[in-house]
Design a protein around this ligand. Structure first.
Ligand code: SAH
Length: 357
């Protein structure tokens, strides 16, 4: 059986053409899937019965099973998906304001980057997700929406390093942005990277329509090498140079993410040094108070430290945002749910103590 979501629209079209079925039928099937949120070929009632039968015999739409579903009081919902090979990934739906419906998706099972404060990389990386598995997360999350809600934003900030799996991520994002896919504007899609200069430059060369976020977390290589071990291979200088290329090529302002770890990288001197290296760029600094992970020796920053850190950056003329927590009480520092031994309860009230970001 083939995973339908692994096929490009052109490949699906070709499959229909091989069976002498007119091309608009393929478009109809896609509309059922992405727009009308159909769960099975049988639901696609305006396709002929024998065509639906052939589709059912050839393709599967769903390869992952929802192993857990948590809901928080603020409307955040999180899914733990069990993939065909038994591996697990997480994805999240966030509800902001009246209309903003953001989904956060994973790109790999585990992560090889080893950031010391993050749950996703604690056991290393197992494998890349396929394009179909990435699209499937989008569809599982879309199915959580009420009929009058629409997905509006995507952040590629779940488990894994997106630039480590670009060949599969880009076709998945193309499905997300196509009018006959999910129809989400590319400008509302953010790819977050640990800072892989080569991948950033590749996106720049392709005149990437997506927003880029670079996880910096430290103002100098000595500290960054400790917090983000992958940095030893690249260094902040080459990451900033690649980010500058991205801006020059695409005209899109880059976001620098900075997770604040209490007492580790949240002092005034860190903020001043960060301002010094980022200054002069049309950048946004996104401050993320740590969402503590059980078993790791880091804690959230004091509220005053966050305010002071932000003020110093603002005085230096930088645009700053503090990312507030969402999904309070559903286990959600990404990667935590996946690592729990047994299946967590569906009841969010008794979920983990770690709030999500
Ligand atoms: N590999 C990509 C995407 C990972 S997750 C990257 O490094 O950017 C997206 C963001 O969440 C990253 O900035 C990551 O450092 C941050 N993050 C990871 N664990 C966190 C935690 N426990 N609390 C707050 N932010 C965290």
């Amino acid at each position: 059986m083939l995973h339908l979501l692994d096929l490009s629209p052109e490949q699906l079209q070709a499959w229909f053409a091989d069976r002498d079925v007119p091309g608009y039928r393929a478009a109809q099937a896609r509309r059922w899937l992405f727009e009308k949120r159909a769960a099975a070929f049988e639901d696609m009632t305006d396709l002929a019965q024998d065509l639906r039968g052939q589709l059912t015999e050839t393709f599967v739409i769903w390869t992952a099973r929802v192993a857990a579903h948590q809901k928080a009081d603020d409307g955040t919902e999180k899914l733990l998906l069990e993939l065909a090979d038994g591996e697990r990934v997480e994805c999240v739906l966030l509800r902001d304001d009246k209309h903003r419906r953001t989904i956060c998706i994973s790109t790999q099972v585990g992560c090889a980057m080893g950031c010391v404060f993050c749950a996703s990389g604690l056991d290393g990386v197992v494998r890349n997700l396929t394009t179909g598995e990435i699209v499937e997360q989008m569809l599982h999350l879309q199915r959580l929406l009420d009929p009058d809600e629409r997905l509006s934003h995507i952040v590629v900030m779940g488990i894994g390093e997106p630039l480590g799996n670009l060949d599969r991520l880009l076709p998945a994002l193309a499905v997300a942005t196509r009018r006959d896919g999910l129809g989400i504007s590319a400008r509302r899609i953010t790819i977050s990277t640990v800072g892989m200069p080569e991948g950033i430059r590749r996106l720049a060369r392709q005149d990437s329509p997506y927003h880029l976020a670079v996880s910096l977390h430290a103002p100098d290589d000595a500290l960054r090498n400790e917090l983000v071990p992958y940095n030893r291979k690249v260094g902040i200088g080459s990451i900033l140079a690649a980010a500058d290329e991205y801006f020059e090529a695409t005209g899109r302002r880059v976001t620098f993410e900075y997770v604040l770890l209490g007492g580790v990288n949240d002092q005034a001197e860190h903020s001043r040094r960060l301002a010094a290296i980022v200054r002069g760029r049309p950048a946004l600094v996104n401050l993320i108070p740590l969402n503590p992970v059980r078993g790791l020796p880091f804690h959230a920053p004091a509220a005053e430290a966050v305010v002071r850190f932000a003020e110093i950056l603002q005085h230096a003329g930088l645009a700053v945002k503090v990312r507030y927590r969402k999904g309070e009480r559903i286990d959600a520092a990404c990667g935590q749910l996946r690592r729990r031994g047994s299946e967590p309860r569906i009841d969010a009230e008794k979920g983990g103590q770690a709030p999500s970001r």
